[in-house]
Write a protein that binds this ligand. Structure first.
Ligand SMILES: [Zn+2]
Ligand SMILES: [Zn+2]
Ligand SMILES: [Zn+2]
Ligand SMILES: [Zn+2]
Ligand SMILES: [Zn+2]
Length: 387
């Protein structure tokens, strides 16, 4: 039989926690710094608190953890039905196994930002979002943005910097925009779920974006941590490797694209006819598109491995999807060019040609355009293409 813990033990725990937090997180420190430190050392905080208040409490450790999180994040000077709030949040924790401290903190932050409020107590106080929880989410978003910048920078050409000005400033600016859109479930990135169909100028959903991972309301604590969810929102996946195709569907991408020109799109590559795998060379000989796997692909004028020069007559030109690039106009080395895509072998070639140089099939009905690496755009790419 479950014995209802009496409200006196909750009251005691609340006042002990409040007092302890007050001593640990001095008010002369800026609020954001206090919140940052609270998030970064949540488990230590909890351990220290328990060590400092060893009096017997019949609250469980998860109850204490959640209580500490909500007392810290709740609007100062206001009070809530803590016991009910903690119970309600605990019900969302992973089923079965004991939830981690971080998982409990996630619940408090998300709830404070408005997540699951429709199911909340009808209490008017709880309907408002908690300022501190919003700051906590912003800190998470900012951290994830900087991780993402670190993943993108190595993919950029040598002299290109991600932003003009301070990367810290941009991180702060983007974290404000993304946090607000995320917690209001109102992303405007223009990306939609795969099954959301286009209807005239808009989409069936009637919204600017309907992707689940761009809305805090869609976070499922049983599926992933809030941190992983945020990473998903920001760069399209939560792993420590950047997936450029996923990045293109992220909340960060439209911002980056507009401010620094970073573009994820298809790029024309040359397939070396000498050092690619036999299977690749066979495909080309049989007038089929070669697979990327086994292809030695390059963008310059000659193969970096064997030095064989690229030649329109003999070198297969292949589209490579989800390539990260910066257009020429924005300081990069890529230019969008018109191409024919051979209806037979899928080779890409300039529209001045009347037949595919590789397989001699005549040109298709429709032009394609694709990004082409043109580092010496001044001299144009005529050298290779006008032969
Ligand atoms: Zn979106
Ligand atoms: Zn949609
Ligand atoms: Zn996820
Ligand atoms: Zn080669
Ligand atoms: Zn062809």
């Amino acid at each position: 039989m479950v014995v209802e813990k009496n409200s006196a033990s909750w009251q005691t725990a609340v006042s002990n926690i409040s007092r302890w937090l007050h001593d640990q997180f001095l008010e002369n420190v800026p609020l954001e710094d206090r919140i940052g430190r609270f998030l970064a050392s949540f488990t230590q905080n909890l351990d220290q608190f328990i060590a400092q208040y060893p009096e017997k409490t019949d609250l469980t450790r998860p109850e204490l953890a959640l209580l500490m999180a909500v007392v810290f994040l709740y609007p100062a000077e206001e009070t809530a039905d803590w016991q009910q709030l903690v119970k309600q949040l605990l019900a969302h924790a992973a089923n079965g196994k004991a939830p981690s401290n971080e998982a409990l903190l996630d619940l408090a932050i998300a709830y404070g930002c408005g997540w699951q409020r429709a199911l909340a107590m009808r209490d008017h106080e709880t309907e408002e979002r908690w300022h501190r929880a919003i700051l906590a989410l912003r800190i998470m978003v900012e951290g994830s943005l900087h991780q993402t910048f670190k993943l993108i920078i190595p993919l950029l050409p040598y002299q290109i910097s991600l932003f003009s000005g301070s990367i810290k400033e941009w991180g702060r600016f983007y974290s404000n925009v993304i946090t607000l859109e995320l917690l209001n479930n109102r992303c405007r990135c223009g990306k939609h779920k795969q099954d959301c169909k286009k209807k005239g100028d808009s989409y069936v959903c009637g919204r600017a974006c309907c992707r689940d991972e761009h809305q805090l309301a869609a976070w499922e604590p049983k599926v992933c941590s809030l941190q992983a969810f945020v990473a998903h929102s920001i760069r399209g996946n939560a792993s420590s490797q950047l997936k450029t195709g996923a990045l293109a569907t992220s909340m960060l991408y439209p911002l980056l694209n507009e401010d620094s020109g970073i573009t994820v799109d298809s790029v024309e590559f040359k397939v070396c006819g000498r050092c690619s795998d036999t299977a690749v060379l066979q495909s080309i000989a049989q007038h089929q598109e070669p697979k990327s796997q086994g292809s030695v692909m390059y963008e310059g004028n000659s193969c970096p491995e064997c030095d064989a020069p690229a030649n329109r007559q003999t070198t297969y030109h292949k589209a490579r999807k989800n390539w990260i690039l910066i257009p020429y106009e924005l300081g990069g080395a890529y230019e969008m060019l018109d191409r024919w895509r051979c209806p037979r072998c899928r080779n890409l070639f300039p529209i001045t040609w009347t037949a595919c140089p590789i397989c001699a099939s005549s040109t298709p009905q429709r032009k394609t355009n694709i990004w082409v690496y043109s580092p010496w755009l001044q001299y144009s790419d005529e050298e290779e293409d006008s032969r």
